[in-house]
Design a protein around this ligand. Structure first.
Ligand code: ATP
Length: 335
């Protein structure tokens, strides 16, 4: 029985520069049809990973396969299109000419009209590239990534220089391409973009994958839900043992519990009559991201160490009551 190769298969990929191990044992498998966001801070290793994925850079260790073949072969066959951070397209030609020219270098190009429509450039087709706005040039770069009719496109921070409207238009185009059953991998710093446009988010930090899953899974891995209430003079020693609780923080008279099972936590609190000022808040993606990437160099690659249900013992921390409540969720410690 033969199985269809994945769109992307990175196995234990390492890239070390003299001063830093930029990519440190990355495993990344992307099925055909998935849209995956690679999320990480500056210097996390996103661009280096993408360079190796596209065959622009050789890994020191590990293997990279795209559609079951090498990146070089996949790119030459037009199976992969890319939009990288730098590089401006040739400018003294029209948009239509440029896309047609690049498409002809591939064995089975996308029809020019189709690439123009997908990138939202039909109206600008006969304008010279050097007369376009920054947002429109970015769309041209997207159309060029589509020119070879690829089943996978790789976008390195595609919206970095775009205003809100241009960004929205860009993602509309990207989603239209993905809806055709194609595979997309994009890197971004923007949590909202990852949340809104990806089926799955891979968080990279210090060259390692520290989390990989849906937004909901990431939030759970970062400690699920925040349950807070007024202690009203009660001691706090019992809180860490409540069901679902992975972290406890006391600020003055207010207790904040991070829970992987907020229903069970709330029921247990109610059983103790501890419901004064009770609040249950979902962890935001931003909080999850900060939790997953803070001090993550020592985290195991699965990224689930801080949230293994049943195995976690909650750590209790205390802080002065004067600390602004808005800081609470980001500063809690998980174990
Ligand atoms: N050619 C190079 N030579 C030496 N160090 C490099 C080189 N390229 C990248 N690095 C280093 O490797 C690390 C990862 O860089 P990389 O560009 O992959 O991160 P990134 O996540 O894409 O960051 P950003 O969001 O800022 O683009 C950084 O510490 C960077 O300084």
């Amino acid at each position: 029985m033969t199985t269809t190769p994945r769109a992307v298969d990175l196995h234990q990929v390492v890239k070390a520069f003299p001063s830093v191990r930029a990519v440190d044992g990355v495993d990344l498998a992307i099925e055909r049809g998935e849209t995956v966001a690679l999320l990480g801070r500056n210097g996390a290793g996103k661009s280096t990973t993408i360079s190796m994925l596209l065959g622009l850079d050789e890994p020191d260790e590990g293997s990279v396969r795209l559609f079951g073949t090498t990146p070089e072969r996949a790119v030459r066959a037009g199976l992969v299109g890319a939009m990288l951070q730098d590089g401006r397209p040739i400018s003294r030609v029209t948009v239509r000419e440029l896309i047609g020219f690049v498409g002809r270098t591939y064995p089975r190009p996308m029809p020019v009209a189709e690439a123009l429509a997908l990138a939202g450039l039909t109206e600008q087709a006969d304008r010279r590239v050097d007369r376009l706005s920054g947002g429109q040039v970015q769309r041209v770069r997207f159309a060029l990534a589509l020119a070879g009719n690829p089943g996978l496109i790789v976008l390195d921070e595609p919206t970095a220089a775009l205003d809100v409207e241009a960004r929205q238009a860009f993602w509309d185009s990207m989603r239209a391409y993905a809806r055709r059953g194609n595979t997309v991998l994009f890197s971004t710093h923007y949590l909202q973009e990852a949340d809104a446009n990806a089926d799955r988010i891979v968080v990279i930090d210090h060259g390692r994958i520290v989390a990989d899953g849906t937004v909901e899974e990431l939030k759970r891995a970062a400690g699920g839900t925040l349950v807070s209430f007024d202690l009203a003079g009660e001691g706090s020693g019992w809180l860490a043992g409540l069901p679902g609780v992975t972290a406890v923080e006391i600020r003055g008279d207010r207790a904040s519990l991070r829970s992987e099972d907020s229903d069970a936590t709330v029921v247990a609190l109610a059983g103790r009559g501890a419901v004064r000022g009770l609040r249950v808040e979902a962890t935001s993606l931003e909080t999850a991201f900060l939790t997953l990437t803070s001090g993550a160099s020592g985290t195991d690659a699965s990224g689930t160490a801080s949230a293994a249900p049943g195995s976690a013992r909650a750590r209790v921390t205390t802080a002065p009551a004067t600390t602004p409540p808005s800081a609470t969720t980001d500063e809690m410690e998980s174990v």
